[in-house]
Design a protein around this ligand. Structure first.
Ligand code: AMP
Length: 214
């Protein structure tokens, strides 16, 4: 099974992808996480993408597709994409890559959250520096301020969750990623889930939807 999660930055794709990939035995593919790992390693790829990420702009399609194909070449599990595709060009690239491997997209799920809410969520998002668990200081705070409940490591604010970058990321989403909704709506595998609810309720909704329940 191959699934794509679509939605604004801050719509909960990362949180839901972690839960869903474990539950369904899928390989969680987050292009954002891949780029952040490369940034942390200060690899040539990390250095190449650093300027785009800190400015809240998209990494060029050619590079994204190249990195992804290299990473997924030998993966045999089903894939759960989080943060990819982000442009129609990337979606077309994915379609032809899947076609060459005789694979298909089984579900495209749009996590629907109003724009005003994602801006607030991004501003209060914190990420664990150890295990990557995502918190929100308003709706999903850790038991001890700035400390991860799971691994005890400190939490941080992502560079691109700083206020000046958030507005740009939202605009980039509207200009470059939102057209994907029309692209996939006609595919017959498009679904929309109300993702303005608590993460647990969204996860339940996703599971029910994938199990074919209304
Ligand atoms: P994310 O964690 O998915 O919000 O991604 C963080 C940043 O990485 C984005 O703001 C982009 O700069 C870059 N990025 C991640 N995925 C993609 C993608 N599919 N296409 C282009 N840039 C991406």
């Amino acid at each position: 099974m191959n699934i794509i999660l679509l939605g604004y930055p801050g719509s909960g794709k990362g949180t839901q992808a972690k839960v869903l990939s474990q539950k369904l035995g899928l390989f969680h593919v987050s292009t954002g996480d891949i780029f952040r790992e490369e940034l942390a390693k200060k690899s040539p790829l990390g250095q190449e993408v650093s300027g785009y990420i800190s400015a809240g702009r998209l990494v060029p399609d050619r590079l994204v597709l190249e990195v992804l194909k290299a990473r997924l070449a030998v993966e045999t599990r089903g894939l759960l994409f989080d943060g990819f595709p982000r442009t129609v060009e990337q979606a077309e690239g994915l379609d032809s890559w899947f076609e060459s491997r005789s694979q298909a997209i089984d579900s495209v799920i749009f996590l629907d959250v109003p724009e005003a809410e994602v801006a607030a969520r991004l501003g209060s998002r914190r990420t664990c520096t150890g295990c990557g668990k995502i918190y929100n200081t308003i709706s999903n705070a850790p038991a001890k301020e700035n400390v991860c409940d799971v691994c005890g490591k400190p939490l941080m604010t992502r560079e691109d969750d700083k206020p000046e970058v958030i507005a740009r990321r939202i605009q980039v989403y509207k200009d470059q990623t939102e057209p994907l909704l029309a692209y996939y709506r006609s595919s017959g595998v498009f679904h929309k889930v109300d993702a303005s609810r608590a993460p647990e309720a969204v996860a339940e909704g996703l599971s029910a939807m994938l199990a074919g329940k209304p």
